[in-house]
Write a protein that binds this ligand. Structure first.
Ligand code: IPE
Ligand code: IPE
Ligand code: MG
Length: 263
């Protein structure tokens, strides 16, 4: 049953300040959530999809432009075959179940990763929803599937080398923006905030290039327990940070003034 939406004081507080444009989440801890209850790991993944729905809705409500969820890494293919198969089934179920929600809420679905490795029964509903939501402008929800940051950088480097050999780009004159155009995340805003759940403090090959100046939020909550309030707490932490991009605090404050006045 849907819970009635009561907008919390925390949500209003978050909405009153600039929100990150692009948030990435390493959704970790499903297995431990299930195992601590004597359940099969897949039950944790299943419960985790409720967190996906709730966090997506909240992100949309507070005005985040892009949300990228790390759902399955390049390295996760090496997990036991039954777990991989179960995750693929859940992914298909998610795409079928959330289709209406995504389309009705103006969300554009996107995928980043080596999606060619996914089974047909996942790729088909994925491609369909990506195509059918392509005109939506509300929020871009990117699923990182069969995704690895090093894999992405290598893939981009090799595509860029091809472009250079075709004479479309000059070797030695390559700029950051040129390289970025070959990444799977091409077109997304810069990554402002990365959240990792489950108490682990590592990035596990997620958006390595894009993370260069992102703020990090680590939380002990396991992904199935990570819901609206936990998410808003991370956004609120982000809002209290000073992003210096190599400058001094005094410089940032000076540079900030005209921008604030403009906003
Ligand atoms: C994250 O949960 C989901 C995926 C990696 C697919 P885990 O399955 O890694 O959960 P833990 O880390 O074993 O608890
Ligand atoms: C990272 O979680 C990948 C996803 C959340 C999809 P893992 O559970 O695979 O990461 P490690 O193995 O603990 O670093
Ligand atoms: Mg894990």
């Amino acid at each position: 049953m849907e819970r009635p939406l009561v907008v919390s004081a925390l949500e209003n507080q978050v909405k009153a300040r600039p929100v990150p444009r692009h948030v990435g989440i390493i959704m970790d801890g499903n297995g431990r959530w299930a195992e601590s209850r004597g359940l099969d790991r897949l039950e944790g993944h299943r419960e985790g999809s409720s967190s996906v729905r709730e966090v997506t809705r909240t992100a949309r409500r507070v005005g985040i432009q892009a949300l990228t969820l790390y759902a399955f890494s390049s390295q996760n293919w090496a997990r036991p075959a039954e777990e991989v198969a179960g995750l693929m089934d859940l992914l298909r179920d998610y795409l079928e179940r959330e289709r209406a929600e995504i389309l009705d809420n103006g969300i554009r679905l996107n995928a980043v990763g080596d999606v060619g490795r996914l089974p047909r029964f996942v790729r088909e509903p994925l491609d369909r929803l990506i195509a059918d939501s392509a005109h939506n402008t509300g929020m871009v929800l990117s699923l990182a599937l069969s995704y690895g940051g090093r894999e992405e950088i290598l893939h981009a480097a090799s595509r860029m080398a091809e472009a250079i050999s075709r004479g479309e780009l000059l070797a030695g004159r390559v700029e950051e923006a040129d390289f970025e155009s070959f990444l799977w995340t091409n077109g997304l805003p810069p990554l402002d905030l990365v959240v990792r759940t489950s108490g682990e403090q590592r990035v596990s090959n997620f958006l390595l290039w894009q993370m260069a100046y992102a703020e990090l939020c680590f939380t002990d909550a396991l992904w199935p327990d990570f819901r609206t309030d936990e998410f808003l707490r991370c956004v609120s932490q982000y809002q209290q940070r000073e992003r210096r991009f190599g400058l001094t605090s005094a410089q940032v404050k000076r540079e900030d003034t005209p921008q604030r006045a403009k906003a």
